[in-house]
Design a protein around this ligand. Structure first.
Ligand SMILES: *Cc1c(COP(=O)(O)O)cnc(C)c1O
Length: 430
């Protein structure tokens, strides 16, 4: 069969006609809501438990529904990547962040260790790095300010750097980093480059194709757009760079997580949640495409409004990393003749008048929802400084600065004119 295109990979989710025929003809991969596997005999059980036969055994160790989701996420992040790629899914995005990073902090004698990370990162990630790793384990955390140059990253990386970590696009100001350049300098120091690409999803950006070693997703966000379940994924190319780890970890990092940390620590995803996310991934690219078009229209509208002081959207020329976004953020539009840039569904804006005005605008939304969430089919707004980024704002010495009057808007699938009307009305009375 010819190499399948992104939409086809997403919609089939690795489930073949033969799989369906083995499942009473079901064209949807079934939900295996069961804790353990029955074996026909002692010999079959022994073969499974000794690892001679492929089996799932017990749902903490694996489950067919979870494996289906791992297969499709690996296929999408590994789409047109010139390397073998596999995935491990976990109970939440933060479980994935922890699983993707903590194995590299193995103690090696009294060797010092540091990690280099973009300060513009998710609040809970900031806490994992600064508190769990920094304060509790004594790891030196070297924060990199938002929109730093590659040289500023390079100045913090050395031979004791266990990993280099960036979230792109970064929430909430949506800046990007130069993934190929960061990957080169991380590899020179023997460290893996780990990218949290939650906001983009594999439909808009595939960092493994640009040299990253590991990608993290909070799958409960845009990948699982109706917001039924939380889930996380760690996706890794085979043969990652890490001078602190041995081949059992670097050969197939996602496989190592499945066979080791996930089963031992019990950070697994519920099969039910895997099933809901898998059903939502099927039309991921089309959804990202439609939501991104609306977000661009809204950003341009806000940008030209005299009631708005500043707009942050990577698709606007005024955005600090617009040029990088043009290189890295796209949807594959095989159907419309060639790749085109789409800049995602998330934007930020600062109404004229400071925090109080922003709060009044926020309170007047009637179509847009007020919640701490993003990537949904419903448009949702938040004020990050009082919500998701409280810790980051409090620790602004780390280099991340979130304007207190910033409204972050995650654009959904509503008709764009209804969203524009809601915004115009809310701003008009400000
Ligand atoms: C939400 C989010 C996470 C954490 O995901 P949870 O499923 O809430 O644990 C991590 N990174 C980014 C960028 C996120 O938006």
């Amino acid at each position: 069969m010819a190499e399948l295109r992104f939409d086809t990979v997403a919609s089939a989710a690795g489930y073949t006609h033969a799989d369906a025929e083995a499942n009473q003809g079901s064209i949807v991969p079934p939900l295996y809501a069961t804790s353990a596997q029955h074996f026909p005999s002692a010999a079959a059980m022994e073969a499974a438990l000794s690892g001679q036969e492929d089996a799932w055994i017990y749902s903490r160790l694996g489950n067919p529904t979870i494996r289906s989701l791992e297969f499709v996420i690996a296929a999408l992040d590994g789409y047109r990547v010139d390397a073998e790629v596999s995935a491990a899914v976990a109970a939440s995005g933060m479980a994935a962040v922890t699983l993707a990073t903590s194995p590299f902090l193995c103690v090696r004698g009294d060797e010092p260790m540091n990690i280099v990370a973009s300060a513009a990162c998710y609040g809970a990630t900031f806490m994992v790095f600064s508190q769990r790793y920094g304060k509790e384990r004594g790891v030196e955390v070297r924060w990199v300010p938002e929109n730093a140059t590659v040289d500023e990253w390079a100045a913090r990386v050395d031979l004791h750097t266990r990993f280099v970590y960036a979230e792109i696009p970064a929430n909430p100001l949506l800046s990007l980093v130069d993934v190929p350049a960061l990957s080169a300098l991380a590899h020179e120091a023997g460290a893996p480059l780990i990218i949290d690409a939650t906001l983009a999803t594999p439909a808009l950006m595939r960092p493994l194709a640009m040299g990253a070693d590991i990608v993290v997703h909070a799958l409960g966000k845009a990948a699982g757009a109706s917001g039924v379940s939380l889930a996380g994924a760690v996706v890794a190319r085979h043969g990652i760079t890490s001078s602190a780890a041995d081949a059992s970890m670097t050969d197939d990092f996602a496989g190592y997580l499945r066979r080791g940390p996930i089963r031992d620590m019990g950070a697994l995803l519920s099969p039910f949640n895997a099933f809901t996310v898998m059903n939502e991934v099927r039309d991921l690219r089309r959804r990202m495409d439609a939501m991104s078009r609306s977000a661009l229209t809204i950003s341009e509208h806000l940008h030209s409004s005299h009631r708005v002081a500043e707009v942050f959207y990577p698709g606007l020329q005024s955005h600090p990393t617009h040029a990088l976004a043009q290189q890295m953020v796209l949807v594959d539009s095989e159907a419309d003749g060639g790749p085109v840039n789409r800049y995602g569904y998330l934007l930020g804006f600062r109404p004229v008048g400071g925090f109080d005005a922003a709060a009044r605008v926020f309170d007047r939304f009637e179509v847009i929802w007020r919640a701490n969430d993003l990537g949904r089919v419903k448009s949702i707004a938040t004020i990050p400084a009082i919500a998701t980024h409280r810790q980051v704002v409090a620790a602004a010495s780390g280099g991340a600065v979130v304007p207190p009057d910033l409204i972050r808007l995650s654009v959904g699938l509503e008709h764009v004119d209804d969203l524009l009307d809601d915004l115009t009305r809310a701003l008009g009375a400000a």
